[in-house]
Design a protein around this ligand. Sequence first.
Ligand code: HAM
Length: 403
Amino acid sequence: MINPLRGMKDLTFEDSERFIYTITTAIDIAKKYGYSYIETPILEETSLFRRSVGESSDIVGKEMYQFEDKGGNDVCMRPEGTAGIVRAFVSAKLDRQPVKQKFYYYGAMFRYERPQKGRLREFHQFGCESFGEASVYEDFTIITMISQIFNALGINFNLQINSLGCNTCMPPYKQDLIGFLRETQEELCEDCNRRIVTNPIRVLDCKNSSCQLLLKDSPKLINNLCEICESDFKKLISLLDDANMKHEVDTNLVRGLDYYNKTAFEFISNKIGSQSAIAGGGRYDKLVEFLDGKPTPAVGFAIGIERIMELVQMPKVQRDGIYLGAMAEEAMEILFPIATAKRLEQKVTLEYNTKGFKSHMKGADKVYAKYCALIGEDELKNGTIWVKDLESKEEKAVLLEKF
Ligand code: HAM
C-alpha cells in the first residue's frame, strides 16, 4: 500500500466538507471587499523565493522543495503565495496601471519542515494581496476582513501587531540592536548567534526562553520609528481601538519572511497547541520594486487552513436532495431519465440495483436525502411514484407526469 508522504494529507468526507466550507466562507467575504481571484503556478523559479522571502529566512534556508527540472532549471514548489502573486503582478505589467488591484487566492503551499501538530509539509492557505494602497486604512481594512472571516467561521483569536518601520528607521535601529546583541552574544543560543550576522531582527522572535529573558532589555523599534511610521502605527492602533478590536502590541513580532515593512500582524488561537498562528501578514511596500516592478505599496495576509479546520463551526447539515430507487426491474428505465432531469436543479442519488423497501429507506438515510422516491409493481401499474419527505415524514403517491 502506498501512503501519502510524511507531512502530507488526503482530505475526505467531513474534513473535505470543512475545507470547502472554510474556503467558500472566506471567498464570499473577500469578494465583498473587492478582491478578485488569482491563480498562479505552484512551481516557480527558485530565485523568486530567494529574492522575496529572503536568503536568511528558515523557509529559504532549510525548507524549500527545490529541485532541478528536466530542462536544468532551478525550480521550487511555492512555500507561500505572496511572492508568486507579486511576480504575476509584475509579469502582467499591472504595476504600470493606475488601478489598484486586489487579489484573493487559496491553494497548497510546501515547506520541508519537521511535521508535527499544526505543521505540515503540504498545507493550504487562503490569502489576499492588495496592491497600490499606501494608506494605513488599508491595513486596518485587511485586519477587519480577517476578523470577519474568523467570526463567520466561529473562531476566537488574539490579534498581535507590530511595526517593522521603513528604510528610514529600520537601518539605524538594526545597528542599535546589533550593538546590544554583540554585548549579550555569549549567552544567546546558536541560532541567535547565526542571526546576528544574517538577520539580526529575527533574533527578537527566538523561541528559546533564556534568549527571550535577555532580549527583554533590547532596544525596541517601536520606540525608534520615524515620524511617518510612528504616526501610521498610532493611527492603526486608534482605528482598532475605535472599532473595539482587541489587540496586543508585540514588539518582538518580526514575521519569518523578509519582505515586510511597517505593519506586521499575526492572529493567534490558544486552542490548537504550540503552532498557534492561524493567520499572518502585513505590509510589503518594497517587494514589487524588488522584483523589478514599479514602486507599488502593498499589504496582505494568509490564513493557514489546516490550523483552523478543527476550530471551524460548521452549520448544521440539512437533509438535501432526492434518493431514487427501483423495487421492480422495469422501474429503472423510468427512474434514469427522471434522475437526469432532476439533477439540473438538485442533488439526486440514483440506486441502480433493484432492492426491497427497507433497503432503499436505509440507502436514502445514508446519503441524508430529503426525499425518498420509489417505484415498485403497484406504482408501475398506476403510473405513479411513491415519495416520502424524510423530514416531515409525509408520504404520498404522485403521478409520474407531475413528479
Ligand atoms: P506565514 O506566516 O508564513 O505567512 O503563513 C501564514 C499562515 O500559514 C500561518 O499563520 C499558518 O497558519 C500557516 N502555516 C505556515 N506554515 C505552515 C505549516 N508548515 N503547516 C501548516 N500551516 C502553516 C505567509 O505565508 C505570507 N505569505 C502571508 C502574507 C500574505 N503576507 C502578506 N501577504
